[in-house]
Design a protein around this ligand. Sequence first.
Ligand code: NAD
Length: 476
Amino acid sequence: MQDTRLLIDGRWAAGSKGERLEVFNPATGEVFGHAAVATAEDIERAAAAAHGAFAAWSKVSGFERSGLLKAAAALLKERIETIAPILTQEQGKPLSEARGELGNAVNLIEFFAEEARRIYGRDIPGRTPAVVQTVRKEPVGPVAAFTPWNFPVAQSCRKIAAGLAAGCTVVLKGSEETPHSVAALVGCFVDAGLPAGALNLLYGDPAMISSQLIADRRIRKVSFTGSTPVGKKLAALAGAHMKRTTFELGGHAPVLVFRDADIDQAATRLAGAKYRNAGQVCISPTRFLVEEDVLEEFTDKFVAQVKAVKVGNGLDPQSTMGPLANPRRIDAMERLVADAVAGGATLAAGGSRIGNAGNFFEPTVLTDVPTTIAAMNEEPFGPMALIRPFKGIDEALSEANRLDYGLAAYGYTRSSETAHRMASGIETGMLSINHHGLSLPETPFGGVKDSGYGSEGGVEAVEAYLNGKFVTHATF
Ligand code: NAD
């Protein structure tokens, strides 16, 4: 049984009232562990610790910060085999995917460690030789970071490692549903020798923690990953307190499959991407728009791939898709399938819950989907592919841009002209053509429109934790 505590000012401790939340294994429905609940007093101490530690951490050289982050990455790498089963048992994903997420987390920390040494300002030549103008890059200050349950470790790394690399200190609220793997990640930073207070970890009532931290004048930056409705609330709160922000919110990724595409390749790659993490991925391909001449061929090949997906407990090496992370997702899938069928869509695969124990749901494919059904408008965030034909690129682009989401988009074509039209015509933060190449540490990661703003990958991710201070100095 796991028992996760809060980390405040370098000490792991129970919440000041001793309250704990239960954490469930989504494959069995049984209690897997507990997480400590932070009180208002604990939240206050965490903000004070991050504020206190900032003075020293922001002055540590980029070279030293880099070394410390690299040491944390090395510890995480050593501990992958210990943490992966914990992640699987609290989140549901197959063990191979849990190892993959942790490996990605190591890569993220290593990338941001390298970037810590490359935070440069710039010189702007003065209008007279006696004037020296510089832009200094300075860390924004203590950060409040909020991460969800779908990639609890990797999403936390994007914020912790980029923030610490820039010289910020962090108060992280991980998801209460997947607290143990995040605490294990945070433990790597502590054991690597991060100074007390530079990284703090809280769990509890999300709304209480976010409203208290965002309003706290010592917190200078807010970074949130989660749903669009919650993101909008936190953006409003952050606006009221004039905080720097990064929001990585929901998506409803369109996939455009053109008649000149390699259909075998598209069906295989898309089926692999769609059912990863049981579809609970903000960049999951969701609206499959297929040029009508190849609709039948694509659908048959895609459905054949989907039928080969093996759903089961993530600890079983045979499973290629685990349970959904929580019962809310089962309710959502059942509601969306019923609404789609009532609205005229055809179930080509899946559509039902599997068994009564655990949150297992069949990999689902719906075809002939009208744009009016709920699933074509709200993010399914589950193992559901929605297939719809199109005639000509204009129709496809118009459907791709119909929703307010704009996180990821995918395209399959052999035509460079079509690829170019997608690149310039789709309103999205990220576009991947003929493969699934999103989410590398060194590439930008973020959305537009209701999918949020700011980037959590690439050099842009570090920039989000820096202020540019302009200094002009007359030397006469
Ligand atoms: P939700 O909207 O209740 O919560 C989403 C996340 O925000 C959770 O991690 C939750 O702990 C956190 N949260 C909720 N209220 C908060 C508050 N006031 N302050 C701070 N954090 C708060 O939804 P859910 O049922 O947990 O997840 C379902 C939806 O969330 C999905 O449909 C999807 O759109 C979205 N989601 C997106 C991502 C992503 O990677 N962008 C990840 C997880 C969930």
